[in-house]
Design a protein around this ligand. Structure first.
Ligand SMILES: [Zn+2]
Ligand SMILES: [Zn+2]
Ligand SMILES: [Zn+2]
Ligand SMILES: [Zn+2]
Ligand SMILES: [Zn+2]
Length: 317
């Protein structure tokens, strides 16, 4: 019913911009364009030509044939000849602004410097609304405030652009981290209760990807802190081990000193034994040495006891 009403509406031909003034019911438009419209594009009537022309021109000569330009002798398609006359290197055209005539190849260069063209102030993108003929603009440029401020404005613009980029990067990072969302593995169960904000439009691929990225990111952070913790522990252990080794070294040194002292004691004892044996031997041979030997032995006995005691002490140590 509605479709019928719409189809009965009177509409303009889709080729109206090219010049067709036909208007008809909507359902007839298609056949108009296909069969009648003078401005519809159709295949060229000439045999073997693949070009397209508007229907009103299809009956005339084929416009796709190449003809020779009367001025530059270049091969130009008949269709394009009007356009070519505006560019033909042998012809001249008038400047739109100063109405002077220039050979076509020079016109483009002239357009950049034509003194009559009305142009905007060089600082127009910073807000100067002044415009005048090119020949008179220099006067304005010498006291335009915007031109004077251009270097600093340029600097600020660049800084703002840099900051915007930085801000974007930071925002992306922040979006990954805040608000903290549950990991995808827990998502299925607690979907509706915990992620309402993110869920309202339904979970699509991108948000799932984001969740996954967030998951990976948090895991990565976790691992990094683990590694840091382990590093600290290893350093602590290193220090502890060094201390233990140092203490053990000290203990060994003490023990060695004790052993050395004990050996010294034994050596002295041995000396004394050897000496006393020698003396008792000589004492038995001659009576004159008797009192000396007694004295010697008594002194020796003390010395022996002392040295034994000291040796025992040293060993205890
Ligand atoms: Zn038409
Ligand atoms: Zn043709
Ligand atoms: Zn030409
Ligand atoms: Zn000009
Ligand atoms: Zn200005």
């Amino acid at each position: 019913m509605i479709a019928n009403l719409v189809n009965d509406l009177v509409v303009l031909c889709p080729n109206r911009e090219k010049g067709c003034t036909t208007s008809c019911a909507r359902w007839l438009v298609e056949s108009h364009v296909r069969e009648d419209c003078e401005y519809a594009t159709v295949k060229c009537a000439k045999e073997g030509c693949d070009g397209m022309v508007e229907r009103r021109e299809a009956e005339g000569d084929c416009v796709h044939e190449e003809v020779e330009c009367a001025f530059c002798q270049g091969p130009i398609r008949k269709l394009d000849i009007e356009v070519h006359y505006k560019e033909c290197p042998k012809l001249s055209s008038d400047c739109r602004h100063c109405s002077q005539s220039f050979p076509n190849p020079e016109l483009a260069d002239h357009k950049l410097i034509c003194p009559e063209e009305v142009i905007d102030c060089a600082a127009s993108h910073f807000g100067c609304s002044y415009s005048s003929r090119r020949s008179e603009l220099d006067d304005h440029l010498s006291h335009c405030h915007f031109v004077a401020l251009t270097p600093i404005l340029q600097l600020h613009t660049e800084r703002i652009e840099t900051l915007e980029l930085e801000n974007k990067a930071v925002r992306q990072k922040l979006d990954l981290l805040v608000p903290p969302r549950p990991l995808p593995t827990q998502m299925s169960g607690t979907n509706s209760s915990t992620t309402n904000d993110y869920n309202s439009a339904g979970r699509d691929m991108t948000s799932e990807m984001q969740d996954y990225t967030y998951h990976l990111y948090s895991e990565y952070e976790q691992l990094r802190s683990d590694v840091e913790r382990l590093n600290a522990q290893i350093r602590e252990l290193d220090v502890k081990q060094d201390m233990a080794r140092f203490n053990e070294g000290l203990r060994y040194n003490d023990e060695m000193a004790g052993v050395r002292a004990a050996i010294n004691g034994l050596r002295m004892q041995l000396h004394w034994l050897v000496a006393s044996r020698r003396e008792t031997g000589t004492g038995g041979a001659g009576s004159a040495a008797g009192p000396r030997s007694i004295g010697g032995s008594s002194v020796g006995g003390d010395g022996r006891r002392m040295s034994v005691d000291s040796a025992r002490q040293v060993v205890k140590l």
